[in-house]
Design a binder for this molecule. Structure first.
Ligand code: DOR
Ligand code: ZN
Length: 347
């Protein structure tokens, strides 16, 4: 098979940033994906419907002419997001989820939730209205080993949360462990997960191969090979609980190559092609369309896309760097190396 044609995919977890950076990165996503769930971890975070509407307008203004792209907005959960804001979010029709960052867990997570019991009313309203909670699933306790933070989160936060709110729609974002996969599989149909391409393609050795590799550092950090294998099995299984979310997270080169570098891998430049590589390596290219184009839309209760894209089996070289903002560039995943599938321009 030298090419594959699939229903145009969606990205159910994406960081677009704002301003010049937004304008620089959005075309990569809009060329490939029809829609994306846009993360709200701006500075300051997007915590209200009006802010999400204004951010959405800035995103739409940055879509290159000739491309169709729909941003699906999210609100950032804080200790004091009022339940009434959930009513407004549901009513306005442009907000599709609320994102839970445990306070301090990752980039711009300082305003995140310190204690979920502070959010009881808001979560109950989301459960009632069917607005999904998107979870960054890591505990922040520095005493917990960084490679165990997802598994501990599942036991101590996610399991009780799904018990307390049994009908709440929950997505365990960028799941990285076998424990996470097993939890999602064992839960009801209202609990799902996204898996990134970089977690399908890399295990934790990639952070240290030949030296310290800041561009492979993201959160949650990639885990051991057994966990990567569990992610591959889940993504290619045809189980609709697992769907595509790139977590493409651009940072300026100088913010990554620093004494204390930021977490995040930029993958939007090859946002579907990298998944094709991972699925092909698993002998499961036929499972790509469900994972990339159907299951996420079904979970969110949105129509599946009508258009198609074609990927051609052809190696291309990823540039060493891409434009980002004024004096900044970003380093995409596989910079200076190759990707084995190429996106054909849409007809
Ligand atoms: O690696 C990551 N980068 N993980 C996150 O959860 C946040 C993201 C970002 O915004 O840079
Ligand atoms: Zn993310």
């Amino acid at each position: 098979m030298d090419s594959i044609t699939l229903t145009r995919p969606d990205d159910w977890h994406l960081h677009l940033r704002d301003g010049e950076a937004l304008k620089a990165v959005l075309p990569d996503t809009a060329r490939r994906f029809a829609r994306a769930i846009v993360m709200p971890n701006l500075k300051p975070p997007v915590t209200r419907v009006a802010e999400a509407a204004a951010y959405r307008a800035r995103i739409l203004a940055a879509v290159p002419p000739g491309l169709s792209f729909t941003p699906l907005m999210t609100l950032y959960l804080t200790d004091n997001l009022p339940a009434d804001e959930i009513d407004r979010a549901k009513e306005c029709g442009i907000i599709h989820a609320v994102k839970l960052y445990p306070a301090g867990a990752t980039t711009n997570a300082d305003a995140g939730v310190t204690d979920l019991t502070k959010c009881t009313k808001t979560l109950a309203r989301m459960e009632r209205l069917g607005l999904p909670l998107l979870v960054h699933g890591e505990v922040t306790d520095p005493a917990v080993d960084i490679f165990d933070r997802e598994a501990v989160f599942i036991d101590t936060v996610l399991a009780p949360l799904t018990k307390d709110f049994p009908a709440l729609k929950v997505v365990l974002e960028h799941v990285t462990t076998r424990e996470g996969v097993e939890f999602v599989k064992a839960s009801g149909a209202n609990v799902a997960a996204t898996i990134t391409a970089h977690h399908l393609l890399m295990n934790r050795n990639a952070i240290f191969s030949g030296g310290l590799r800041p561009h492979h550092y993201c959160l949650p950090v990639p885990k051991r090979e057994v966990h990567r294998q569990a992610l591959i099995a889940a993504a290619t299984s045809g189980n609709p609980k697992f769907f595509l979310g790139t977590d493409s997270a651009p940072h300026a080169r100088r913010a990554k190559e620093a004494a204390c570098g930021c977490a995040g891998c930029y993958t939007a430049h090859a946002g579907i092609e990298l998944y094709a590589e991972a699925f092909e390596a698993a002998g499961a290219l036929d499972a790509l369309e469900g994972y990339a184009s159907f299951f996420g839309a079904d979970f969110y209760g949105l129509p599946r896309n009508g258009e198609q894209i074609t990927l051609v089996r052809e190696r291309w070289r990823v540039p060493n760097e891409l434009p980002y903002a004024a004096d900044d560039v970003l380093v995409p995943l596989r910079a200076g190396e190759t990707v084995g599938w190429r996106l054909e321009d849409m007809q």
